[in-house]
Design a protein around this ligand. Structure first.
Ligand SMILES: [Zn+2]
Length: 412
C-alpha cells in the first residue's frame, strides 16, 4: 500500500510540474486524469472499491466485482443443478455500479447460491435410490411423507413395532428444476410398491379351556351324573414375535406363554350301579320269581331307577310291536290309556304287589282278566309321554313304587 501511495504522489508531482508548462486545454485534461487517479487512490486508501450490484428478478441479490464474476457464478449454478437447460430458467440480471468495502463483494459460491435461492424454477429436492438405483426425484417433504406413510401403513395401532423396507432405500439431496420433479401421485405410486417388513411383539390373553374328568362311582345308578367341581377356564398370556410383509404375517414365534389364571378342571361323578338295593332287598325281590317283561335278546335298558332324575321305574327299549309279558301270574287291574303312561297295563299279583307296563302300542288284555306269567299282555310302543319305543316298567309294593331292577334280574 505504501508503495502505491508513493507512486501516486510521484505521479501527482510530475503531473503538476508538467501542468505548469502546458497549454490550457492540456491542463484541463491533466486535471481530469489527476482527479481520477486521486479517486482511485482514495478508494484504495480507504479499502473501498467500485463494484456492481446484481439486480435479479427485481431484487438486489449480490454484489460482484465484475460482470464476469456473475457469469462464473452462472456456470457454477449449471453444475450444481442436476437438471439440464438451467440457462433457460435463469433471468437476465442488470448491474448497477456501486462503491463497497472489498470484503462486501460476494464470493462466486455465494452468488451461485443467491441465483438458486431467487430462481423459483430451481429447488432443492431428493433423489430416491432403491437398491442403489435412482428411481425418481421429488420435493424432499413429498418424498419423506410418502416413505413414512408407506412404512407406517401396516403398523397396528395398539402395539409397538418397527418397520423397514425390504430393499435398501436412500435419498440424496441436490438442486433440480421443478419441471423435472415427480409429483405427489407419481411419488406415491412408486413408493407404495415398496415391500414393507413390520416386526412386532404382541401379547395376547388366551382363554385356556378346562378339561373334564369323569369319576365313576358304584354308589350311584347308571344315568346319574353330577358336577362335583365346577370347571373354570384359565387365562394364558401369550407373547409372540410377529413378522409381517405388507401386512401379511410371514412368521410368528412364541416367546413366552405365561399362566395368568390356571384353569380349574371339572370333575363329573357318574353312577355305574344298576341298583342300590341292599342284599336283603335283592333277596326279597328274587323271591318274587318274576321273569323279564320282554323276550331275551330284544332289549336294552335306557334308564334305571332313580338315574339322577328321580325315575320311578326302568325303561326297557325294544322294537315297536315286541311282546310284553306278564312277569308273574295275576289279575289285570288297569288296561288302557293312563295319561302320561299312554296305553298301560297294571297287574296285581299275590300279596298285593303290582307291576305296571306303560307306553304300549297296543293293550292285549282287559281289566279283570286273570293272566299267567309269560302271557302277552301288550305290545311295545311309544304312546303317552315317550320319546321312543320302550316299556316303562314299575314295581309297586303297598302302593309305593320301588326299584324294579332286582325283580327282573338287573342287579347282577
Ligand atoms: Zn320310564
Amino acid at each position: 500500500m505504501g508503495d502505491v501511495i508513493t507512486l501516486i504522489i510521484d505521479c501527482i508531482k510530475s503531473a503538476a510540474s508538467t501542468i505548469k508548462n502546458s497549454s490550457k486545454k492540456a491542463k484541463q485534461g491533466m486535471f481530469a486524469a489527476i482527479a481520477i487517479i486521486a479517486i482511485f487512490a482514495s478508494l484504495s486508501f480507504t479499502g473501498t472499491r467500485i463494484a456492481y450490484e446484481v439486480n435479479y428478478g427485481g431484487r438486489n441479490i449480490a454484489t460482484v466485482s465484475s460482470k464476469e464474476q456473475f457469469n462464473e457464478a452462472l456456470k457454477l449454478v449449471t453444475n450444481m443443478v442436476e437438471s439440464k437447460g438451467v440457462e433457460t430458467v435463469v433471468e437476465k440480471p442488470t448491474f448497477s455500479t456501486t462503491i463497497v468495502l472489498s470484503e462486501n463483494i460476494n464470493s462466486t459460491n455465494e452468488i451461485a447460491n443467491a441465483i438458486i435461492d431467487n430462481t423459483d424454477a430451481i429447488v432443492e429436492a431428493s433423489t430416491l435410490y432403491v437398491d442403489g438405483k435412482a428411481v425418481l426425484c421429488a420435493e424432499k417433504a413429498t418424498l419423506e411423507s410418502a416413505l413414512n406413510t408407506r412404512l407406517n401403513a401396516y403398523k397396528p395401532s395398539d402395539v409397538e413395532c418397527t418397520s423397514r423396507f425390504t430393499k435398501s432405500i436412500s435419498q440424496e439431496n441436490s438442486y433440480y428444476m421443478t419441471s423435472d420433479l415427480a409429483n405427489k401421485d407419481q411419488v406415491e405410486s412408486v413408493v407404495n410398491e415398496l415391500e414393507v417388513i413390520t416386526e412386532l411383539r404382541k401379547t395376547t390373553d388366551v382363554m385356556v379351556p378346562y378339561t373334564s374328568t369323569v369319576k365313576k362311582t358304584n354308589e350311584q345308578i347308571i344315568g346319574y351324573s353330577a358336577v362335583t367341581v365346577k370347571g373354570v377356564s384359565g387365562v394364558n398370556r401369550l407373547t409372540q414375535d410377529i413378522v409381517m410383509v405388507n401386512g401379511n404375517v410371514t412368521s410368528c414365534v412364541d416367546v413366552s406363554n405365561e399362566v395368568v389364571i390356571a384353569p380349574v378342571n371339572e370333575v363329573i361323578v357318574k353312577g355305574t350301579a344298576k341298583t342300590l338295593a341292599s342284599a336283603k332287598q335283592k333277596q326279597e325281590a328274587h323271591a318274587a320269581g318274576f321273569i323279564f317283561p320282554v323276550p331275551a335278546g330284544t332289549w336294552r335298558i335306557s334308564s334305571y331307577w332313580g338315574d339322577g332324575r328321580n325315575h320311578k321305574g326302568i325303561d326297557i327299549c325294544a322294537n315297536g310291536g315286541t311282546s310284553i309279558f306278564a312277569v308273574a301270574d295275576g289279575k289285570v287291574v288297569h288296561a288302557g290309556w293312563k295319561g302320561d303312561y299312554g296305553y298301560c297295563v297294571i297287574i296285581e299279583h299275590a300279596s298285593g304287589m303290582r307291576t305296571l307296563y306303560a307306553h304300549a302300542r297296543q293293550v292285549c288284555c282287559s281289566v279283570g282278566d286273570t293272566v299267567s306269567q309269560g302271557e302277552v299282555i301288550a305290545l311295545v310302543g311309544t304312546t303317552g309321554q315317550s320319546t321312543g319305543n320302550h316299556v316303562h316298567f314299575e314295581v309297586i309294593v303297598n302302593g309305593r313304587r320301588i326299584d324294579p331292577a332286582p325283580y327282573i334280574g338287573l342287579d347282577k
